[in-house]
Write a protein that binds this ligand. Structure first.
Ligand code: GLN
Length: 388
């Protein structure tokens, strides 16, 4: 059988969610909330359908939604984005990433991704006929080593896949990181795809540095955002891509043949929601920081180490003090013995180093987090006794 992605299997997210269902485990693997969404959203979707918005939406996205997105971007980053020529509504961030990559990567082109890299980047590059060059973030702390990135650039480098707040490393890029990236590409013909879906989830008083606020990067970037994350509703599958007009034109050429247009009633509902709740993103940092701290406090001193996430709705757990196993083996023990599903980091690497981390999703009810913490603590004690 011909396969264009011979060694790609089912994603670790889908695998872990399936296993969690089968085993009745608490699912702190795949990133999605287990609490209710704002009932206003449900009412607005119902109202949009009742009003008859049930046929194709415009290819580029509903004008009313794109205008609301432009206002949201102005409120967040003090920038002026043209909703007609610079914003495209997409089927979640995943479609924005896929369509942008298809739009600019030609056979033989190279794209740089930073390992651990979100799992949809490389397959999209390869399906475009390109090659993904994977540059690991440095240890400890998953920082950028810009000299190393410079050494990976070639004549064929066309795109850098940037991601902050970073999934799965839970780090937040600094203004200096954006300058480092800008310096590298300034004199070269290289574009940026910036995955910023956790833009509002940055902790401890730090702030998100969007490429859209950096003049050189903004002129070269597709910036990708997600209502699934901002509205705590990953099943909506509505995201958007912000890019200068010339890049947006290329993106839409792919988007129109990929998904064509996005759910019309959902776009009406989200536009109306943003009108009613223009500051809906502002509460996310505090909300998730409290959940991060709840989990970290509950596990303090148990032997698992939880290095404070800087952003995203995930938290890494380091089991290295208790066990020498690889992360795939540890995640398997965690789900079968402790009944907690997690996401190991190896699948996000081209060449997995020996790291002792798994990723936990904190977008859960406090009661789910408490229950997970109790199971993790008990498992840590068991491992501690076995090792002693
Ligand atoms: N973004 C989600 C995560 O990081 C996964 C979404 C998916 O399963 N494709 O957990």
């Amino acid at each position: 059988m011909i396969s264009k992605l011979p060694e790609v299997g089912t994603t670790i997210f889908t695998v872990m969610s399936r296993r969690a269902r089968e085993l009745g485990a608490l699912n702190l693997g795949q990133g999605f909330p287990d609490y209710d969404i704002d009932p206003q959203i449900t009412e607005l979707v119902t109202a949009a359908m009742a009003s008859g918005h049930n046929q194709y939406a415009p290819m580029e996205g509903l004008a009313a939604l794109r205008e609301r997105i432009a206002l949201k971007l102005r409120a967040s980053y003090a920038i002026d984005i043209d909703p007609d020529t610079e914003i495209t509504v997409t089927l979640g961030a995943t479609e924005a990433i896929y369509s942008a990559i298809q739009a600019v990567i030609a056979p033989g082109d190279e794209a740089i991704a930073f390992d651990p890299a979100y799992d949809s980047y490389e397959p999209a590059v390869r399906l475009a006929g390109g090659r993904c060059v994977r540059v690991p973030l440095s240890q400890p702390g998953f920082g950028y080593d810009w000299d190393r990135v410079r050494a990976a650039l070639t004549e064929r480098t066309r795109l850098v896949l940037f991601n902050s707040p970073h999934n799965p490393a839970c780090t937040v890029a600094s203004g200096a990181d954006l300058d480092g990236l800008a310096q590298l590409i300034a004199a070269r013909d290289i574009l940026v795809l910036s995955d910023e879906v956790y833009e509002h989830v940055v902790f401890d008083g730090a702030r998100h540095h969007s490429v859209l606020t950096h003049p050189l990067l903004a002129a070269r970037s597709f910036a990708v955002f997600s209502f699934g994350k901002t509205l705590h509703a990953t099943g909506l599958r509505v995201g958007y891509c912000v890019a200068p007009p010339a890049l947006t034109r290329e993106l839409r050429k792919v988007h129109q043949f990929n998904t064509f247009s996005i759910s019309h009633p959902l776009q009406h509902a989200i536009a109306a929601y943003l009108a009613a709740e223009p500051d809906c993103g502002a509460a996310l940092a505090g909300f998730f920081q409290a959940k991060r701290d709840r989990l970290r406090d509950a596990l303090a001193g148990c032997g698992f180490v939880l290095p404070a996430a800087q952003g995203t709705y995930f938290q890494l757990l380091d089991y290295g003090e208790l066990l020498r196993d690889g992360d795939l083996a540890f995640a398997e023990r965690l789900i079968t013995e402790a009944r907690v599903a997690s996401i190991p980091l190896s699948p996000f690497y081209a060449q997995p180093p020996r790291l002792s981390f798994v990723r936990l999703c904190i977008a859960k009810r406090d009661s789910t987090l408490e229950q997970a913490a109790a199971r993790l603590k008990e498992f840590a004690q068991r491992l501690g006794r076995a090792g002693a």
